[in-house]
Design a protein around this ligand. Structure first.
Ligand code: GA4
Length: 329
């Protein structure tokens, strides 16, 4: 019998073509230590739904420690990593994203950040003392959540919303339904011979939550879609955080802020490792425009709880316009 040895990439079903774009120089850069940052944040959320923050207050040590743990985990043999669970909510996943057939050139760990969640099942397999992983995770998550809340409070100031914790209290709530994701995009050497073609690491989508805080190593790949629909490449910066407006914040601002469509392309030579905190509200929270932002206008959206939105999101494909179902016609 003849055996065909196709290169792995050709067997892989997610190759898409698109022209590579040069790094975009115009990503809003917000210095959180500056007094005018609230207005710049509002402008960035209106124009891009995306920005980069510096002077963020998250200790470098917390970032490097967790990244080292993540790299260690992803370096394990696949059989070991798979012990962290089949793809599904809150476990290890490889190539398969979400429950509806989406795939990408990525492997990941997806964890809930709810208090009391037992991380041991995921981390005890790294051969390391699970306490090391857990404490790195907890240190990182509390610092990043604090920064996310600071940003949401500055946004409330910039929008003249009272009380200033109108958004941040949803992340601070004990019942906050937030998620944390560690992504590893392995290098794909075959890409070097494929002019003008790219491999999708994580397909285009918007994040359903309120706000997402992303940190990656110095490997490129992240792209965002501008209002005109053009895709631009975000220059990597391992010392900064990138912030995404999520669908829920779009609704709470009655469309004043737009959630950003983004995706990640695989790199031919370097591994990309990213860590993303998705700040979400409690499941029972009604997601609706804040009255002070309505200025006599009607809500653009039907009323729904975060539970309802999340359920609907989990029935959707990654690239779907999830908010479309909740827009008033
Ligand atoms: C996109 C943002 C987060 O990564 C995520 C993703 C979730 C998943 O991986 O399970 C989803 C996706 C994300 C939205 C649509 C559904 C659900 C995959 C998917 C196809 C964890 C989230 O909250 O929503």
């Amino acid at each position: 019998m003849m055996v065909l040895h196709k290169p792995a990439i050709e067997q892989f079903s997610v190759i898409k073509t698109c022209k590579p774009t040069a790094f975009f120089p115009g990503i809003p850069l917000i210095d959180l230590s500056k007094p005018d940052s609230n207005h710049l944040l509002v402008k960035a959320c209106e124009e891009f739904g995306f920005f980069k923050v510096i002077n963020h207050g998250v200790p470098t040590e917390f970032i490097t420690k967790l990244e080292a743990q993540a790299i260690k985990f992803f370096s394990l043999p696949i059989s070991e990593k798979e012990k962290a669970g089949p793809p599904g909510p809150f476990s290890y996943g490889n190539k398969s994203i979400g429950p509806n057939g989406d795939v990408g050139w990525v492997e990941y760990l997806l964890l809930t950040t709810n208090p009391g969640f037992n991380y041991q099942r995921f981390v005890s397999i790294s051969g390391e003392n699970p306490e090391t992983f857990c404490s790195a995770l907890n240190d990182y998550l509390s610092a990043v959540k604090k920064m996310a809340c600071e940003i949401l409070e500055l946004l409330a100031d910039g929008l003249k919303i009272q009380p200033r914790n109108a958004f941040s209290k949803l992340l601070m709530d004990e019942q906050s339904d937030s998620v944390f994701r560690l992504n590893h995009y392995p290098p794909c050497p075959e890409l070097q011979d494929m002019n003008d073609r790219n491999l999708i690491g994580f397909g285009e989508h918007t994040d359903p939550q309120i706000i997402s805080v992303l940190r990656s190593n110095n490997t490129s790949g992240l792209q965002i879609s501008l209002r005109d629909g053009n895709w631009i490449s975000v220059p990597p910066d391992q010392n900064s955080f990138f912030i995404n407006v999520g669908d829920s914040l779009q609704v709470m601002t009655n469309g004043k802020f737009k959630s950003v469509r983004h995706r990640v392309l695989a790199n031919s030579l370097k591994s990309r490792v990213s860590m993303i905190y998705f700040g979400g509200p409690p499941l029972s929270e009604l997601i609706a425009p804040l009255p002070s932002l309505m200025e006599g206008e009607d809500s653009l959206y039907k009323e729904f709880t975060w539970f309802e939105y999340k359920k609907s999101a989990h029935n959707s494909r990654l690239a779907d316009n999830r908010l479309g179902l909740f827009e008033k016609v």
